[in-house]
Design a protein around this ligand. Structure first.
Ligand code: AMP
Ligand code: MN
Ligand code: MN
Ligand code: MN
Length: 287
């Protein structure tokens, strides 16, 4: 049986990736991706470009985004797939979610200035492709290129995570709102990279049960953020909660992302692929 090479999670320079939607489409196609979704953080501005490029290359396309949510004191990411990208409530919700990023970036720069790193706001801004989407990743790239840290991972560890000088707590969207924006626009909501969160078992159980109660239907099992053990663990979780499973590299940039577009292992055969739920929502490339 042929398993679809689906990659349903990655970022362009419309959020915190470095490649254009068109360059990502070409890279995905070159790597053998058959069904692709661009999932920029809190933003749909790259969707038409990604879809047009995918279809021109003979690759099927699903609309996508990755919404930042605050849940039990942590940031959780909810991927939306297959929605109507003209839905007004979804656009308004994402605009509200993006809204605080600029002030947060100024506050992050102020924290970094206190430990002797001057000009971080202006520095990070030079790496930004979309002024509404300044993110920690842009600060990380600036701090690497200016020699403060050897790689983006160490910037996050030393400066940009809780308890460190460039970290600013932030209120993102509510879980139920994010799930509803996606599902009411005809899409499917997916819990992104569950292995990345630092929840207690009780909190994780609450995340999954509340997500499902709000209408969420999927979980990322195969992701560049998971270890081999987490692939198995969250395959079991998908079965336990009756969720469809997704697969996505979370590719951001050549040389920076540890997982290349389209290169993850296949979903375990016992799982229902999330794209089975989305068949009518796929934009099909002409034969
Ligand atoms: P933000 O939405 O501004 O809070 O930035 C979150 C983004 O930072 C994520 O989507 C990742 O791209 C990136 N990120 C988070 N943690 C790390 C890490 N430990 N190493 C590298 N990148 C990270
Ligand atoms: Mn990111
Ligand atoms: Mn994420
Ligand atoms: Mn992502």
């Amino acid at each position: 049986m042929h398993l679809t090479n689906a990659d349903l999670h990655c970022h362009s320079n419309v959020s915190d990736g470095t490649l254009t939607p068109e360059a990502l489409a070409e890279r995905a196609r070159t790597n053998g991706v058959e069904l692709w979704a661009l999932t920029d953080h809190d933003e749909l501005a790259g969707q038409r470009r990604a879809r047009d490029a995918a279809l021109a290359l003979g690759m099927d396309y699903l609309t996508g985004t990755e919404i930042s949510v605050s849940f039990a004191g942590q940031t959780v990411h909810i991927v939306g797939l297959g929605f109507d990208d003209e839905d007004e409530a979804l656009h308004a919700g994402l605009a509200a979610t993006r809204g605080g990023r600029l002030q947060r970036a100024h506050d992050m720069a102020a924290g970094l200035a206190q430990v002797g790193i001057a000009g971080a706001f202006e520095g990070a801004l030079k790496y930004v492709g979309n002024p509404e989407l300044i993110s920690r990743t842009h600060f990380a790239r600036f701090l690497v290129d200016s020699g403060v840290c050897p790689d983006t991972h160490s910037v996050f560890r030393r400066y940009l995570t809780e308890g460190h000088p460039g970290y600013v707590p932030h209120h993102w969207a509510k879980l139920g709102d994010a799930v509803r924006w996606i599902t009411q626009a005809g899409g499917v909501a997916v819990i992104a990279h569950p292995g990345r969160y630092r929840f207690t078992p009780t909190e994780e159980y609450a995340l999954f049960t509340e997500f499902i109660a709000h209408g969420g239907q999927g979980v990322e099992v195969m992701t560049g953020s998971h270890s081999a053990a987490e692939h198995i663990r969250y395959a079991d979780t998908a079965i336990e909660f009756g969720l469809a499973a997704s697969r996505g590299s979370d590719f951001h940039a050549p040389g920076e992302s540890r997982t290349e577009l389209g290169s993850l292992p296949d979903l375990p055969g016992r799982l229902q692929p999330v794209w089975d739920l989305l068949a009518p929502r796929v934009h099909r490339a002409p034969d």
